[in-house]
Unconditional design. Structure first.
Length: 159
């Protein structure tokens, strides 16, 4: 087997072509593939980070919703307590007002009773004077005189 010059030229051209293709085509193609692989990996990582961020945001939203529900329940409970306090306060004020009205009515009734007693005393005194006049006019004896006074006083008190 003889190696001729054409074969050696073909080997040199082939090696030159391999070196040129490696430097001019394979390296940029390899770099482009590496960059694309990196972009895909970055996109997948970003998608995973987005999923994690979404899960964290959903968890935070649930926590915030629970806090809002608890706050709303506290506000409702406070409003109910305030309404109960206002209701009890109104009831206490109404009771106090009714007691004051009853006390005023009692005092007015007692004052009226006092006026009636005073009027009754005056009428009894008038009746006693009238009885005394009748006694003097009739010139009764002492027993009849005492009985008449008792009768007039009894009639006056009964009226």
């Amino acid at each position: 087997m003889s190696l001729d010059l054409t074969f050696i030229g073909q080997i040199v051209v082939f090696l030159t072509m391999v070196i040129l293709l490696t430097k001019l085509l394979y390296t940029p193609l390899n770099d482009a593939m590496a960059a694309r692989t990196q972009r895909i990996a970055d996109g997948l990582a970003a998608a995973e980070a987005g999923k994690n961020a979404q899960a964290d945001a959903e968890a935070e939203a649930k926590v915030q919703i629970e806090k809002a529900k608890q706050t709303a329940q506290e506000i409702v409970a406070a409003a109910e307590r305030r309404a109960l306090a206002v209701s009890e306060e109104s009831i206490a004020k109404a009771r106090h007002d009714s007691e004051m009205i009853v006390q005023s009515a009692r005092e007015e009734a007692e004052a009226e009773a006092g006026r009636l007693r005073q009027t009754l005393r005056q009428e009894v005194a008038t009746l006693a004077v009238m009885a005394a006049e009748k006694i003097v006019e009739a010139e009764l004896d002492a027993k009849k005189h005492a009985a008449l006074i008792e009768k007039v006083i009894g009639d006056g008190v009964a009226a």
